[in-house]
Design a protein around this ligand. Structure first.
Ligand SMILES: Nc1nc2c(ncn2[C@@H]2O[C@H](COP(=O)(O)OP(=O)(O)OP(=O)(O)O)[C@@H](O)[C@H]2O)c(=O)[nH]1
Ligand SMILES: [Mg+2]
Length: 487
């Protein structure tokens, strides 16, 4: 048995040695004849796994093969011959003379029993193609649909602050100290609930209908006071108006601004509190007070410097897309935009102007036609307006007239805010004639643009800046003395 094993072992070693010699011969002839013909640099062949049973890498230095070589060429081969599993990569930064980027030759089976094709890539190994072959898939980009958020600009919220913890009624107890006296501690106060402005929050969608504050901890023996409950913060967007039974109670228009909506109940008193000369052993301890309860209406008014006002399909959303990074939906049917979108126009001096795309207004909107004018509350806080007119439609100045009328129906004087008239769709036929007629009808400056082609968008952006600078110089405008909001 042992003899047979020894024989088999000998045969294996012989086969391994022979395959090693064969490999070297292959390399000598193959490489010498084909590859290294034009080589100028010395060749070093490292082989970490040629010969099956070999553990230590074989290094063949061929400093004398091709005589005038100066710099070493390194050929790495982790398994050339038949049983190869891992791909062979030859890195050569000098071979192919005028090449700048390294050449990678992949060959998952160079010699005879080649199955897979040899690919020569002249790119870095971190390229996406390479990643694909490793099974690394590119991260999918989010579609616009997935990016859409549910926009809520109205919320009725019931708030119930935490109750105070009850006071304890205990007496000190110790061996040989029979009348230790009262030592019941007070309860902790209940938690308040506050509304806190967080500019990362964009709508009231995440505000729940009911909030309950934390209760304070009860007092304990040995004069231990209960812990006060933590305050519950409700994050709300910038520009939230808090109303109670129609009355405005808070206007949250500053980043980080807080409004304590309901106060938690005070903690109860422990019997220690009632200790007096008259009563040395009080048995009285009070329960904690109930927390305040309130029903509030939250209303969001989008805070932007400029508001785009126009008929449906006038190209308001397209315009916002053209001048900012905002991506409101654009389509060739009316009322594509159902919620306001805010885009930021950035200038070279790092100044930023927020522009709001407001849903389309139609004639008779104040009578609740179309989408009505309830969303005009978003326009209320805009410092200046951009009236967007569709120049391909006949008599565009009539659109302007109707828009002004509807704004004034919502809030008298709203249409007299600083504004600019934007004549959109100037790329369409007939718009030039309409532009001349519009200029005859209105005294204000008219900016002709095409949101689709980007024609004259710079003039609009520059005019926007003029309006913004004018607004900065006038600290109080229309909106009831609000401080300017820097975005
Ligand atoms: N030719 C041309 N088409 C435009 C231009 N601007 C917008 N449009 C097209 O007009 C259609 C309506 O564009 P929107 O940007 O969705 O219009 P909107 O005013 O936001 O419409 P609502 O959201 O419904 O109020 C789309 O098909 C746009 O491609 C323009 O400058 N030239
Ligand atoms: Mg739109």
């Amino acid at each position: 048995m042992l003899n047979t094993l020894a024989k088999v072992q000998k045969q294996r070693l012989f086969v391994q040695e022979m395959s090693g010699v064969f490999a070297q011969v292959c390399v000598m002839y193959e490489l010498k004849a084909v590859w290294l013909a034009a080589q100028r640099t010395p060749t070093v062949i490292r082989n970490t796994g040629w010969l099956a049973a070999q553990r230590t890498p074989t290094v063949i230095r061929n400093t004398g093969w091709l005589a005038p070589q100066r710099t070493p060429t390194v050929i790495r081969n982790n398994g050339w011959l038949a049983a190869q599993r891992t791909p062979t990569v030859i890195r050569n930064t000098d071979w192919l003379a005028p090449q700048r980027t390294p050449t990678v030759i992949r060959n998952t089976g160079w010699l005879a029993p080649q199955r897979t094709p040899t690919v020569i890539r002249n790119v870095s190994t971190s390229c996406p193609m390479y990643a694909q072959s490793r099974g690394v898939t590119k991260k999918k980009e989010l579609s616009e649909k997935q990016l859409t958020r549910y926009f809520v600009d109205h919320r009725r919220v019931k708030l119930h602050a935490g109750a105070g913890g009850k006071g304890a009624c205990t007496f000190h107890s110790e061996p040989r100290k029979e009348w230790g006296g009262p030592d019941g501690g007070n309860g902790g106060n209940g938690g308040n609930i506050t509304l806190k402005v967080d500019r990362r929050v964009k709508s009231l969608a995440q505000v729940a209908p009911i909030y309950k504050g934390d209760d304070g901890e009860a007092g304990g023996s040995k004069n231990c006071y209960g812990r006060n409950a933590d305050t519950t913060h409700i994050p709300v967007p910038l520009g939230t108006l808090v109303k109670e039974q129609g009355e405005t109670v808070a206007d949250l228009s500053q980043q980080g601004q807080e409004f304590v909506a309901v106060f938690g109940g005070a903690g109860g008193k422990g019997n220690r509190f009632f200790l007096s000369n008259e009563n040395r052993a009080p048995m009285t301890a009070t329960p904690g007070e109930k927390g305040q309860e309130r029903v509030l209406q939250l209303e969001l008014r989008t805070m932007a410097h400029a508001g785009l006002v126009g008929f449906p399909n006038a190209g308001k959303s397209s315009l916002l897309r053209a001048i900012s990074n905002a991506r409101p939906a654009v389509a060739a049917y009316p009322f594509t935009t159902l919620n306001p979108h805010v885009g930021i126009v950035k200038y070279r001096d790092h100044e930023q102007v927020a522009v709001a795309d407001i849903p389309g207004i139609i004639r008779g909107a104040h009578l609740n036609r179309g989408l009505g004018i309830s969303f005009l509350r978003h326009v209320e806080r805009c410092r200046f307006l951009l009236f967007v007119l569709d120049m391909s439609s006949p008599e565009p100045w009539m659109q302007l007239q109707y828009l002004r009328y509807e704004l004034d129906q919502y809030e008298p004087g709203l249409s007299r805010r600083p504004h600019a008239i934007v004549a959109n769709k100037m790329d369409l036929p007939g718009s030039r004639v309409n532009l001349e007629a519009l200029r005859d009808h209105v005294k204000q400056r008219v900016i002709p643009v095409s949101a689709l082609t980007g024609l004259n968008a710079e003039e609009l952006v520059l005019h926007l800046r003029e309006l913004y600078d004018g607004y900065l110089q006038t600290p109080v405008l229309g909106g009831g003395g609000d401080k300017p909001t820097r975005w």
